[in-house]
Design a protein around this ligand. Structure first.
Ligand code: GZL
Length: 325
């Protein structure tokens, strides 16, 4: 995480804007006729967020006239590496991917660099020390998302004199969102010793695993006050476990999640979830714009941070009718 923050500070993060500051004479690629080919390696189809992200990428490629080669890695790094190698063999103009985990990418990214194919990180980041291996990282600030979750919790329990027992459902082990959402949350609640994370385990961003792990948490810990789930889907699975244990989600156990997909927002509006931090999956349009610029050899920002908000139960009721995902 630290490496990426220093790269962020060096490069100067931009939010939602792209500074096309004139060409640096890159490979040029086939963008001169406007049509480019993108090889995209997607993490998988593990959550509602991922489904929405895939739709955004595929729809945006169509409207941008980008020829998209798309692969689903079923949450396995080796499948993403295979897909990237195949795109290099096919001599695509640009490669984009959401790295399922932060580490282990340098070798294949060096192969893409030697083949003079620009790489764009979208959604999740890598921890490579060599930031020349990719042109930009387009995605959320996951540490900030964790901080927002922690800030809501400390505010909600500011008058409590008793210990606040928290269980945490982490995202995929080794992934940037799991590492950073955990760090940001811990940074904020760590200021007050009454907040105690009594159990923390991965639910791999899936509903099924979230339910399974929450069942175990409930068996081992009779006095849970709060669940912090790194995504809506694990929170929704946990709600099934909480109700199965005869407890009332949102009342007996406050629930904070991250994403703000439709099912999560509905549970928030229904009072089962207490607070949601948004993480937008709608990265497609920006990705296609950045890809075209990269293929033309134009300068693009090293970091593009997506703008996001947060939702209370009242705000969810207002926002639900117009949600795109
Ligand atoms: C976050 C993304 C995460 C979502 C999960 O940008 O990588 O992966 O929060 C998804 O829902 O599975």
């Amino acid at each position: 995480m630290f490496k990426r923050i220093s790269a962020l500070l060096l490069a100067g993060a931009v939010t939602m804007t792209m500074a096309g500051c004139g060409g640096d004479g890159g490979s040029g690629g086939s963008a001169d006729d406007g049509k480019i080919t993108m090889g995209f390696s997607q993490v998988g189809a593990e959550s509602g967020w991922r489904t929405a992200n895939t739709k955004s990428v595929q729809d945006s490629a169509k409207s941008a006239g980008v020829d998209l080669k798309f692969s689903d890695a079923q949450q396995k790094q080796e499948n993403q590496i295979k897909a990237i190698r195949s795109y290099i063999q096919q001599k695509v103009d640009v490669i984009a991917f959401s790295p399922v985990v932060e580490s282990g990418w340098d070798t294949v990214l060096k192969e893409a660099q030697s083949a003079k194919i620009p790489v764009i990180l979208t959604d999740r980041a890598v921890d490579s020390a060599d930031t020349s291996l990719y042109k930009t990282f387009l995605g959320s600030d996951f540490v900030e998302e964790g901080r927002k979750a922690g800030t809501w919790l400390t505010e909600a329990f500011k008058d409590s004199k008793d210990p606040v027992n928290i269980v945490e459902l982490q995202g995929t082990t080794g992934s940037a969102p799991a590492n950073d959402r955990k760090a940001g949350f811990a940074e904020v609640i760590g200021a007050d010793p009454k907040f105690k994370v009594i159990a923390s385990q991965t639910g791999d961003f899936t509903r099924a695993k979230g339910k399974e792990v929450m069942e175990a948490f409930l068996k081992a810990n009779p006095d849970i006050d709060v669940l912090y789930a790194h995504n809506d889907d694990m929170g929704l699975g946990a709600i099934e476990a909480i109700e199965g244990a005869g407890k009332v989600p949102g009342k007996d156990i406050k629930i904070i999640t991250i994403d703000a997909v439709k099912d999560g927002m509905q549970a928030l509006a229904d009072g089962k979830i207490s607070y949601i931090v948004e993480c937008s999956p709608l990265l497609g349009p920006q990705l296609m714009d950045l890809a075209k610029k990269a293929v033309k050899g134009e300068q693009i920002p090293a970091r593009v941070v997506t703008e996001e908000t947060t939702f209370t139960q009242e705000q969810a009721k207002e926002a639900l009718p117009s949600r795109q995902y």
